[in-house]
Design a protein around this ligand. Structure first.
Ligand code: PLP
Length: 435
């Protein structure tokens, strides 16, 4: 798309050459060193505007970006202005495509919320409905309930993990434009069957678009587009970037043509990811699979050990599921269990707070998906806006602590959690009123 900057990539990557396996594609497509004076890594193009090769090329570029004309096969229109696109976004988007099984196109945004908002507003209009699983990320719930609903878009919540109830909501809701699924649900790691919901969506005419927030297990361990979803949404702030040092978002599409309305809204809203941030994220992509695999192995060791600790009443983690339906969804839908887990401690909020206070390696912070281990108390932080009924429905109790396990040595992390749990148990055993 970027003729004048010359980063030679259309929808099919570098000149339509043969597609390689994804780990190779990430490192080889989308970037031509010749166009950055031979630099082995891309340069950062911070320009806000681009010089046209001719007035005719400028006219053509505007016809294409506005959607008045369709690009010819292989056509590389001039870049225009960096709110619409820029070389670092184009390089990054080309390199994101092979990361998501079944994706044809990617778009980058300046936060996960920007990606979600833009995808929803591109595909739902006033009078139409968005069927969404609950619990869902707090910002997403806020967006649907408190911003989109007053504009006339109906939000229809359906309980995460309840395949029949979700299918019924999709089949009976008038004018459903979007089905939005977040799986696994945070913080209890409940899973929703994507293929089942996508099949229900296909029974509607016109068919709602199925979007999956794949932040917690994607792109390495869960592949919604293969299960019939139309779009994957990401907070790139989490595993994709992986170092808790940037905010970003991504939308991936199973069909490139379906991305056009979202691309047009991004140009209008002005929420494309900035060049420097694109360059940072671009350098993180080749290690996403390595980081996630290591973190998942760590988390599995830790979850299975902590389940035996006397201060722990329950561990929420896929390999410890006891519900047969949840076990079935996990087996069918995920390659590995991932690095998020939650602990229910004996002794309620006092024990949970003592646990967090005593941690020496893991840090008490919200967010997830970084190489460093983080721990938080959802009820008083990430989920503190919930009503009592929502807390109960989402399984968010006073005693619940959420962990995002990183890539440290799992034996050191386990020892850290065990010493903090021993202190929490002391608090739990104190007679009431003794604190
Ligand atoms: C963090 C997160 C978001 C929001 O992403 P930001 O990058 O913070 O805007 C959305 N969904 C999920 C599941 C998240 O964890």
């Amino acid at each position: 798309m970027s003729g004048s900057a010359g980063h030679n990539h259309g929808p099919e990557g570098m000149g339509g050459r043969e597609r390689l396996r994804s780990l190779t594609e990430i490192l080889t497509r989308g970037y031509d060193p010749k166009l950055s004076v031979g630099s082995a890594r891309p340069a950062v193009f911070r320009s806000s505007t681009y010089v046209f090769s001719s007035p005719e090329a400028a006219e053509r570029a505007f016809d294409l970006v506005s959607g008045r004309a369709k690009p010819n096969p292989g056509e590389l229109p001039d870049l225009i202005y960096s709110r619409f696109n820029h070389p670092n976004a184009e390089i990054l988007e080309d390199q994101l495509v092979p990361i998501e099984s079944g994706a044809e196109a990617a778009l980058v945004f300046n936060s996960g919320m920007a990606a979600i908002m833009t995808a929803l507003m591109a595909y739902a209009r006033p009078g139409q409905a968005i069927v969404y699983t609950v619990p869902i990320y707090g910002g997403t719930q806020h967006l649907i309930q408190d911003f989109l609903q007053p504009l006339g878009l109906r939000g229809v919540p359906a309980p995460a993990g309840e395949s029949e109830a979700i299918a019924r909501a999709i089949e009976t809701t008038p004018e459903p434009a979007i089905v939005l699924i977040e799986t696994p649900a945070n913080p209890t790691i409940w899973m929703t069957d994507i293929a089942h919901a996508a099949a229900a969506a296909r029974r509607r005419e016109p068919r709602p678009m199925v979007m999956v927030d794949n932040t917690l297990l994607g792109p390495a361990f869960q592949h919604p587009l293969k299960a019939g979803a139309d779009f994957c949404l990401y907070s790139a702030t989490k595993y994709l970037s992986g170092f808790s040092d940037m905010i970003g978002g991504v939308v991936m599409a199973a069909e490139a043509a379906r991305m056009q309305p979202i691309r047009a809204k991004r140009g209008l809203f002005g929420n494309i990811l900035q060049p420097d941030e694109c360059w940072i994220l671009d350098g993180r992509l080749p290690t996403v699979g390595l980081r996630m695999t290591r973190a998942s192995k760590n988390a599995q060791h830790i979850a299975e050990r902590l389940a035996e600790h006397t201060a722990v009443e329950k561990v929420h983690y896929p390999t410890l599921f006891t519900d047969a339906r949840q076990q079935k969804i996990y087996a069918a839908q995920c390659d590995y269990p991932g690095a998020m887990l939650s602990l229910e401690l004996a002794g309620g909020k006092a024990a949970a707070f003592e646990f967090l206070r005593r941690l020496r390696i893991a840090r008490n912070a919200v967010s997830l998906g970084g190489v460093e281990t983080l721990a938080c108390h959802p009820k008083t932080t990430t989920h503190s806006g919930f009503t009592e009924a929502e807390f109960r429905a989402a399984g968010v109790s006073d005693a619940l602590v959420r962990l995002s396990v990183g890539i440290e040595d799992w034996r050191d992390l386990l020892a850290d959690f065990e010493q903090a749990l021993n202190a929490a148990r002391e608090v739990a055993l104190q007679p009431a009123g003794a604190q």
